[in-house]
Design a protein around this ligand. Structure first.
Ligand SMILES: C[S@@+](CC[C@H](N)C(=O)[O-])C[C@H]1O[C@@H](n2cnc3c(N)ncnc32)[C@H](O)[C@@H]1O
Length: 261
C-alpha cells in the first residue's frame, strides 16, 4: 500500500515547490492548463477532481462554474491547502467541496486493479471527471512493465491494461485528463500549445520534439500514458517543473452525451 505521508507523486515537498514556483517558473504551464480547462467547458454541475493536490495548477475561475466539487487525493496536506487556496470560491457557499482521502488508485498485490476506480466513478454518476496531472504519476506506485509486454494486449495488472479499462469506464461521460507523457533534462521543442494533435507513439514524440543526440547525460522518462485513448486528439504543452527538468504534458478532453442532472 502506498504511504499517504510520503508518496512519490506529491506530498509536503510538492506543496512547498508549488508555492514558490506557481507564479514564476510554473506560470506558463499554469496558463496553458487554464486554457485547456476553459476549452473543455463541461455542462455538469458536479466536478470530480482526481489528484488535485492543493489545487496549485488549477484555475479557480474554472472551478466557479460548478456547484459541487468532490476532490479525491490521499495526500494529508492537500485538503487544507486546497481549502485555503479556494477560500474565496468556497466562502459564499455557492460552491461546495467534499474531500475523499481514500486510495482508489494504487496498485495492490496483483498490480493495478480496475474495480476500485470503476466504483469511484459509479459513486458519482452525474459528475464531470478531471484527472489533474495524476495519470502520468500513478505508474511510479507500481511495477515497471515486463520487457516482453505487448502494447496491443497489455496483461491484467499492468498499468496499460488499467488505463484501457479506465477509458472504457469513462465511456459516455464528460471527462478530461492532463498528464505527463515524457519528462527529462531536455526541453521539448516545436510544441504548438494552441493546436490539437493526433496521438503518436512515444518513439515518434521523441523523434519529433527532442534533439537527436548521443549525449549520455541527457535522458527521458516515459510516463506510460500512451495507452490512454489513442483515438482521441490531444493538446500538448510543457511544464518546466524545476530548473533544467521539463515534462511534455498531454491533455485530452471529452464532453459526454448525457444531459446534466
Ligand atoms: C502531481 S500531483 C497533482 C498536481 C495538482 N493537480 C496541482 O494542481 O498541483 C499528483 C497528486 O495525486 C495524488 N495521488 C497520487 N496517488 C494517489 C492515489 N492513489 N489516491 C489519491 N491521490 C493520489 C497525490 O497525493 C498528489 O497530490
Amino acid at each position: 500500500m502506498t504511504s499517504r505521508w510520503n508518496n512519490p507523486t506529491g506530498g509536503f515537498g510538492y506543496h512547498l515547490r508549488a508555492f514558490s514556483r506557481r507564479r514564476t517558473r510554473w506560470a506558463p504551464f499554469v496558463r496553458a492548463t487554464t486554457r485547456f480547462l476553459h476549452g473543455w467547458a463541461p455542462r455538469e454541475r458536479t466536478l470530480l477532481l482526481v489528484g488535485p493536490s492543493g489545487g496549485h495548477c488549477l484555475d479557480l475561475s474554472f472551478l466557479r462554474r460548478f456547484e459541487r466539487l468532490v476532490a479525491v487525493d490521499f495526500d494529508p496536506f492537500a485538503p487544507m491547502v486546497f481549502r485555503w487556496r479556494a477560500r474565496h470560491l468556497l466562502a459564499d457557499g455557492r460552491v461546495s467541496l467534499t474531500w475523499d482521502s481514500r486510495d482508489h488508485l494504487s496498485p495492490g498485490a496483483k498490480g493495478f486493479d480496475r474495480a476500485p476506480v470503476r466504483a469511484l466513478l459509479d459513486a458519482h454518476p452525474d459528475a464531470a471527471v478531471l484527472f489533474c496531472n495524476l495519470l502520468g504519476q500513478l505508474p511510479l506506485l507500481g511495477d515497471a512493465p515486463a520487457p516482453e509486454q505487448s502494447d496491443d494486449d497489455p496483461p491484467e495488472g499492468s498499468y496499460e491494461h488499467w488505463l484501457v479499462g479506465l477509458a472504457e469506464a469513462l465511456h459516455g461521460r464528460t471527462w478530461a485528463s492532463f498528464h505527463d507523457r515524457l519528462s527529462g533534462n531536455v526541453r521539448p521543442r516545436a510544441i504548438d500549445e494552441g493546436a490539437l494533435v493526433a496521438w503518436s507513439p512515444s518513439t515518434e514524440l521523441v523523434a519529433k520534439h527532442y534533439p537527436l543526440t548521443d549525449d549520455p547525460n541527457l535522458s527521458l522518462i516515459d510516463h506510460r500514458t500512451s495507452a490512454l485513448c489513442p483515438e482521441l486528439p490531444r493538446a500538448q504543452w510543457v511544464w518546466e517543473i524545476a530548473e533544467g527538468t521539463w515534462h511534455l504534458i498531454e491533455g485530452i478532453s471529452v464532453r459526454g452525451d448525457r444531459e446534466p442532472a
